[in-house]
Design a protein around this ligand. Structure first.
Ligand code: SF4
Length: 283
């Protein structure tokens, strides 16, 4: 729930405040750069120095009924799932079942359900779009070009993600800063201009060792592919184990130029987002 000062500021900016005042939206449902920057800055300051458990707890109370965490059942996501479920936090947990996942990932999903007895929402791609894609381009079109790969990710990941995040104001992810150069340039609290929400990465400053220790110490189920050299696990045809000395993201879309290795889920690289990140860096 927003504090009175924040609500007052939003009203001054011409924002529409929902009757319950448990969530806010901006007429006409588009943020102004100043307003979104204020929110991100305030939140970043408030969350600074807090533990991941404290961050999640604070976000759950701040964004009641409008906060969701996306999991793909990797190490980081399992750590966050544990923190959310073991603290009984009112944060929706969802996954994107692309239809191309490893059987080990499905097993980890079921083990997580068995351990915590909490729901994990599943979002599947639009049937007609998948049918059209595979009918017109075949099953492995993503190997043929970056454009084809991005098309497949758009159908199997982006569209279901956008549905999962409808009406959400806060999106929690398992991103860590040292996973790639792209991610190192992110911040632990960001404004996702495309989806009109605040995005928070509670494990942003954790190292991989921190994550592995946390998993081990709390007896959290994890994907057995991690023990076989898979550090970042996505769809089966597009993920491989990494070799000694390779970067964290080297196993994703390994046939492509390294600079293009994001699927669009975390693409906040719009001019608007860049403006906000610059302002945050200077704040
Ligand atoms: S990771 Fe591969 S299979 Fe999965 S949606 Fe993207 S291109 Fe398609």
């Amino acid at each position: 729930m927003l504090n009175p000062e924040a609500i007052h500021r939003l009203r001054l900016e011409g924002a529409y405040i929902h009757a319950s005042e448990h969530f806010f939206s901006f007429a006409p449902y588009m943020p102004t750069p100043t307003l979104s920057l204020d929110i991100v800055q305030d939140l970043a300051k408030e969350l600074h120095g807090k533990s991941a458990a404290q961050v999640l707890s604070l976000l759950a109370s701040r964004f009641a009924d409008a906060i969701a965490f996306s999991t793909s059942f990797g190490w980081e996501d399992q750590a966050l799932t544990h923190l959310i479920f073991s603290q009984d936090l009112p944060i929706r947990v969802f996954t994107l079942d692309t239809g191309r996942m490893f059987s080990e990932t499905y097993s980890t999903w079921q083990q997580t359900l068995d351990k915590y007895k909490k729901p994990i929402e599943s979002f599947f791609p639009n049937t007609h779009r998948v049918e059209n894609l595979t009918t017109t381009k075949g099953i492995f079109s993503f190997y043929e070009s970056v454009e084809n790969r991005q098309e497949c990710c758009a159908v199997r990941k982006i569209e279901p993600l956008d549905r999962a995040l409808e009406r959400m104001q806060c999106w929690v992810t398992g991103i860590r800063g040292d996973q790639s150069d792209n991610r190192a340039a992110m911040r632990s609290v960001e404004w996702d201009a495309a989806r009109n929400l605040v995005k928070v990465h509670p494990l942003f400053d954790w190292t991989l060792s921190d994550v592995k220790d946390f998993i081990k110490n709390n007896n959290i189920p994890y994907n057995p592919l991690h023990d076989r050299g898979f550090v970042s696990i996505g769809c089966a045809p597009c993920t491989r184990a990494v070799r000694e000395g390779e970067s964290f993201r080297a196993g994703r879309w390994w046939w492509e130029d390294a600079s293009k290795k994001e699927c669009g889920l975390h693409g906040t690289n719009t001019a608007h987002a860049e403006h906000i990140q610059t302002e945050l860096a200077e704040a």
